[in-house]
Design a protein around this ligand. Structure first.
Ligand code: DOR
Ligand code: ZN
Length: 347
């Protein structure tokens, strides 16, 4: 029996589009289903100033397929020399919707990020004053801290002290991967939100490591043990306003994923909505998918929900999407959940 649901068009509150040939190749995958996305600034070189964000926005708009309606929501990459006045001006003009804090060395192209939060306090104080959200990659980089503990340690030693120091700062915990992250977001009050990726609702660390290493399941923060995946599922499917979809769809060409030192990132732009329908149906929460994918994010960012809708249909037979997207930069493997999915997005 076919089943279907209609949702307001979703937004992606955490997306990597890259630049040049990769941008050209992957942007249609997101623009097909999503109305807006928060665009990550970790290009090489990173998007640090308002002027750089304006240029990047124009390159994204120029790469859009004809007839597509998609709005990139730009972010700035926070560095220890970021100018608070430049940030404020980029926000006042409507260009920039958030600033991204990468602890230096935490992930792809983060070496220009923040070593010492004290050094960026003037920028954060300005952001708190003007209501501009800070998106945080929440992992410590201390080599002494085990990679599976880095999120929990970040919450205790960096995030919580920062939020106590500056309670009026609006913060988004990006791509939470642990029960600790879900609990901290739940208890954090109205100035705290959290994005959750599609892939962290589907895989745990066994999926990545048992029976051979699966480089296309390697991302950062790395997938954790099953109890954490279940905590994320409970959070996302609860409908609670502080959790919203940020796919962290992060394309890397296959040659750099299937590599002795493979890049972090799962590419889910193509099939995220079908996968989420599967996940929410499995948890008896299809009626809350719209909260997670289409309503909670705009509410946190103070933007209207989209007026247009998409239709998700469940078919009798498993649905298929391309195994790879062939960009001019090289092939990019689409995330494979490892089980049949009967849902698709219908035009
Ligand atoms: O898996 C990831 N890939 N996590 C990140 O934080 C960055 C991203 C990327 O840019 O490739
Ligand atoms: Zn990311």
């Amino acid at each position: 029996m076919t089943q279907e649901i209609t949702l307001r068009r979703p937004d992606d509150w955490h997306l990597h589009l890259r630049d040049g040939a990769m941008l050209q190749g992957v942007l249609p995958e997101t623009a097909r289903h999503f109305a807006r996305a928060i665009i990550m600034p970790n290009l090489v070189p990173p998007v640090v100033t308002g002027a750089q964000a304006a240029q990047y926005r124009d390159r994204i708009l120029a790469a859009l397929p004809e007839g597509a309606s998609f709005q990139p929501l730009m972010t700035l990459y926070l560095t220890e020399s970021t100018d608070a006045e430049d940030v404020a001006a980029a926000h006042a003009s409507g260009l920039v919707k958030a600033v991204k804090l990468y602890p230096a060395g935490a992930t792809t192209n983060s070496h220009g990020g923040v070593h010492d939060v004290d050094k960026v306090m003037p920028v954060l104080e300005k952001m708190a004053q003007i209501g501009l959200p800070l998106c945080v990659h929440g992992e410590v980089t201390d080599p002494q801290v085990d990679i599976f503990d880095r999120e929990a340690v970040f919450i205790d030693t960096v995030l919580d002290p920062l939020r106590r120091r500056l309670p009026s700062l609006r913060v988004v915990m990006e791509h939470i991967t642990t029960q600790d992250g879900a609990d901290y977001a739940r208890d954090g009050g109205p100035n705290l939100g959290a994005t959750i990726t599609t892939h962290h609702l589907i895989i745990n660390r066994n999926h990545m490591l048992v029976g051979g290493i699966k480089p296309h399941y390697y991302c950062l923060p790395v997938a954790k043990r099953e109890k954490h995946r279940l905590a994320l599922r409970a959070a996302a499917t609860s409908g609670a306003g502080r959790y919203f979809l940020g796919t962290d769809s992060a394309p890397h060409v296959d040659a750099l994923k299937e590599h002795a030192c493979g890049c972090a990132g799962c590419f889910t732009a193509t099939n995220t909505m079908a996968l989420l329908a599967h996940v929410f149906e499995e948890d008896g929460a299809l009626d809350r998918l719209e909260d997670f994918a289409s309503l909670n994010g705009p509410a946190f960012y103070g933007l209207p929900a989209n007026e247009a809708c998409i239709r998700l249909v469940k078919h009798d037979s498993p649905q298929h999407w391309p195994e790879k997207i062939f960009t001019e930069a090289g092939p990019v493997t689409v995330f494979n959940p490892g089980y049949p999915v009967h849902w698709s997005v219908e035009a």
